[in-house]
Design a protein around this ligand. Structure first.
Ligand code: GDD
Length: 253
């Protein structure tokens, strides 16, 4: 566990975005409005993942009005994992949070991640699978079933004790981020699992916290195709670990 409570941190809020011209503007306005009312300083880093629509242009237009906003533009579509990694390395905050562009988890839920950090977490991850009276998870039934099956596999193959590896709402301290992200290999949706796997191996305190989440129309995830890809990525994590591909990390087996 590193450090105690962090007072008035500088916080980076990273949003990976791929063809998000429809969903991003309202979320960005909400995020900017929320942080403007907080006592700490912040930056918002949007990583445009080689979008073919007007995502980058709309962020640039908003940058003229909001100095807290930055854009990292990838020259081609590289995958959510690559986009988050890029945002994390461009970020300057003592605390670094990434969140999906559709606002499935309301930005206000960040208080739950910050509370976990105050209590000693190096990494706090939003979870849709933990029971809490305060939390509402709204989504389609087939996705919930797939999520349950996928997370069961994750627990068996890669990271024990995690109920929801895939929720796109996660906080890292700067030191944890700077240790973990350079080791990340997976560029697709399976990257969350790799991050958690590396965090565990490197001895970071990972705390899972229940958050509100709702299925927002316009998901880019293709259930069958992306589920198989993720499964392949999880197997790749095991293989990379077994063959020493992660370099000098404790507990390679
Ligand atoms: N599809 C896709 N999305 C990308 C890409 N690069 C960045 N993203 C961004 O990744 C985020 C998640 O995509 P959504 O379209 O919002 O999908 P979702 O159904 O809400 O995603 C859920 O499942 C994903 C896979 O497990 C999770 O990564 C995500 O957090 C959430 O739980 C969005 O911010 C999207 O712009 C890419 O190459 N492809």
């Amino acid at each position: 566990m590193s450090g105690g409570p962090v007072k008035t941190p500088f916080l980076s809020f990273i949003i990976p975005a791929y063809n998000e011209e429809q969903r991003l503007p309202s979320y960005l306005e909400r995020v900017i409005g929320f942080f403007a009312g907080q006592s700490y300083s912040f930056e918002i880093v949007v990583v445009d993942d080689g979008s073919s629509d007007g995502t980058a242009a709309l962020v640039k237009a908003l940058m003229a009005q909001h100095s807290c906003l930055r854009l990292e533009a990838l020259d081609r579509n590289r995958g959510k994992g690559f986009a988050v990694k890029t945002g994390m390395s461009a970020a300057k905050g003592q605390l670094r949070v990434f969140a999906d562009a559709d606002g499935a988890t309301p930005v206000e839920e960040i208080r739950r991640l910050l509370d976990a950090r105050e209590q000693g977490a190096d990494i706090a991850i939003g979870s849709r699978a933990m029971r809490s009276d305060e939390c509402i998870v709204q989504g389609r039934v087939h996705r919930k079933i797939m999520g349950t099956v996928f997370n069961g596999l994750i627990r068996a193959l890669a990271v024990r004790g995690i109920h929801d590896s895939q929720c796109g709402f996660k906080l890292f301290t700067a030191s944890a981020a700077e240790d973990i992200f350079p080791r990340q290999r997976i560029t697709g949706f399976g990257f969350d699992v790799e991050l958690l796997f590396l965090a565990r191996r490197l001895g970071y305190v990972v705390v899972e916290v229940p958050v509100n989440w709702s299925d927002v129309e316009g998901t880019k995830v293709r259930l069958v195709r992306d589920s198989f890809r993720m499964l392949g990525e999880v197997l790749r994590i095991r293989f990379t670990n077994l063959t020493g591909g992660y370099g000098d990390i404790p507990g390679k087996t």
